[in-house]
Write a protein that binds this ligand. Structure first.
Ligand code: BES
Ligand code: MN
Ligand code: ZN
Length: 501
């Protein structure tokens, strides 16, 4: 898909379809008003007849509107103008994209960027419209023997602007949005791949491929023997039941002075989580192929960062293995020594994410990081607490929590902060080791974060629990590409801040 920006009145655009917004009650958006004037009230007459209510996310396709150079005009309902918030905009943008894609239009000009969304500017509208275009056209059908031939005629999307003043700035925004959308696509594709294809070795190959396609990225892959030498007894305890070799993947992106401390992203890369000896129940266990979505979001974000050429140094660290039961698998009660030297009593082998992350977080310290953010499908309890809307956020520094929450809000990929108070720490006390790997049912998301916090004392750190947000279940089963938008936005903001200093 190609994107461009076009300034001028909608009736003068020569494209296969022009998309215009209409509010409930018939109030026309600025662009719709301009076209209506040129078309001698053709649109307002249709609205008066009751054929387009303007109700949120409804559409009406018109052909050969008078005095209009484009073949088609698509009206999209925006809902009540007093309630035109981010969500209403996103629903309308997705509905418009789906409706355009259902026609034979090869290109379309969308007058969406200048819509008056409460608290959002045209930068935001344009970014979200690009993401909606990718989201609505995403399919994962590479493993079907005969993929359905869907209408792929839409090739070009133009963003129409009546006010040309912002065109240059919006061009940069558009390029960044495309980079984020492609990063999300990479994360979705990796997430949706089944565990028999997307193994730790496959993830490592993807990371090496990213380094090949982007000169600014360097990838290294550590093998189990290397991890042994580093003393990663906790990470290695998880892979014991698997035939697939574990990998510790590192991607280094250099976009700033070598001396500038990097931001390190650590992504959980369990390519299948059966629970191990503490075996999970069978229902929906297939969804545990998504247990590498943290890793996928790190790969997607690094790709986006490289394509945006951000002036920052960013490192991705991905501990990856499978969690399976076997005669050599770790057993409940086993005690292991982490790279940090702290010992862990493994009371539940299904709490494996924290066991691979703790060693990866210790390893992250080697990069003398400015900030470390880990991203993990860590706890089912997070899905119970926050559902599928917000990711759980924890941090050992308030300003970092604030920056990540703000980036999530900006990108409409939101997180919600939970407490990391010391009062929860005793739940991890063990009679036999320095700590145990579970804290009981109460506050399960918090005690998991508390566990990680014991390995991140030397740097500014945040943890994102994406168990509820990385993928959807049921009929809509599939990876979402989250939290690539949040992470990319955070890094865009960080790159801007360091420029100002
Ligand atoms: N990968 C799971 C968490 C998960 C659950 C992600 C549901 C997405 C959807 C994690 O490894 C896990 O099994 N956690 C356990 C921890 C418990 C044993 C303390 C859980 O949440 O049940
Ligand atoms: Mn598990
Ligand atoms: Zn897991």
């Amino acid at each position: 898909m190609e994107f461009s920006i076009k300034t001028g009145s909608p009736e003068k655009q020569r494209s296969d379809c022009v998309v215009l917004g209409v509010f409930e009650g018939g109030k026309l958006s600025g662009a719709a008003l301009a076209l209506d004037k040129a078309a001698k009230h053709y649109l307002s007459d249709i609205i008066a007849r009751g054929d387009m209510s303007g109700k949120a996310a409804t559409t009406l396709l018109l052909h050969r509107v008078p005095n209009t150079l484009s073949e088609r005009v698509l009206l999209v309902g925006l809902g009540k103008s007093a309630e035109f918030h981010a969500k209403q905009f996103l629903d309308a943008a997705c509905a418009a994209m789906r409706a355009v894609q259902a026609t034979g239009a090869k290109d379309a000009t969308l007058y969406l960027a200048e819509l008056p969304v409460a608290g959002r500017d045209s930068t935001w509208c344009l970014t979200q419209a690009v993401l909606a275009a990718y989201e609505t056209s995403y399919r994962f059908d590479r493993l079907k023997s005969k993929p359905e031939k869907d209408n792929k005629s839409l090739q070009k999307i133009h963003f129409g602007l009546i006010d040309g003043k912002q065109a240059a700035a919006l061009k940069t925004v558009q390029n960044q949005a495309v980079a984020i959308a492609k990063g999300m696509k990479l994360a979705k594709d990796l997430g949706n791949l089944p565990g028999n294809i997307c193994t730790p070795t496959y993830l490592a190959a993807q990371a090496l491929a990213l380094a090949k396609s982007h000169k600014s990225i360097k990838t290294t892959v550590l093998e189990e023997k290397d991890m042994q030498k580093l003393g990663m007894g906790s990470l290695l305890s998880v892979t014991r039941g698997s035939e697939q070799p574990a990998k510790l993947i590192t991607l280094e992106y250099h976009g700033a002075d070598k001396k500038q401390k990097p931001i390190v992203l650590v992504g959980k890369g369990i390519t299948f989580d059966s629970g191990g000896i503490s075996l999970k129940p069978g229902a929906e266990m297939d969804e545990m192929k998504y247990d590498m979505c943290g890793a996928a979001s790190v790969l997607g974000t690094l790709q986006a960062v490289a394509e945006m050429n951000l002036k920052l140094n960013v490192v991705g660290v991905i501990p990856s293995c499978e969690n399976l039961p076997s005669g050599s698998a770790t057993k409940p009660g086993d005690i292991v020594t982490s790279m940090s030297g702290q010992t862990i009593e493994i009371l539940n082998t299904d709490a494996e994410g924290r066991l691979i992350l703790c060693d990866a977080l210790t390893y992250a310290g080697k990069f003398k990081p400015d900030t470390v953010v880990d991203i993990a499908t860590l706890t089912g309890a997070c899905v119970i607490a926050l559902g599928h809307v917000a990711s759980g956020l924890f941090s050992n520094q308030e300003s970092l929590a604030r920056d990540l929450l703000a980036a999530g809000d900006q990108a409409y990929d939101r997180a919600w902060q939970l407490p990391l108070w010391d009062d929860y720490q005793p739940l991890l006390d063990s009679n036999f080791a320095d700590m145990q790997n579970i804290g009981g049912r109460a506050g399960g998301t918090i005690t998991a974060a508390c566990f990680l916090s014991r390995f991140t004392k030397d740097y500014r750190w945040a943890h994102l629990d994406i168990a509820g947000t990385a993928h959807k279940s049921g009929k809509e089963k599939g990876a979402t590409g989250r939290p690539v938008p949040l992470l990319a936005q955070y890094l865009i903001n960080r790159a801007k801040d360091s420029k100002q200093q």
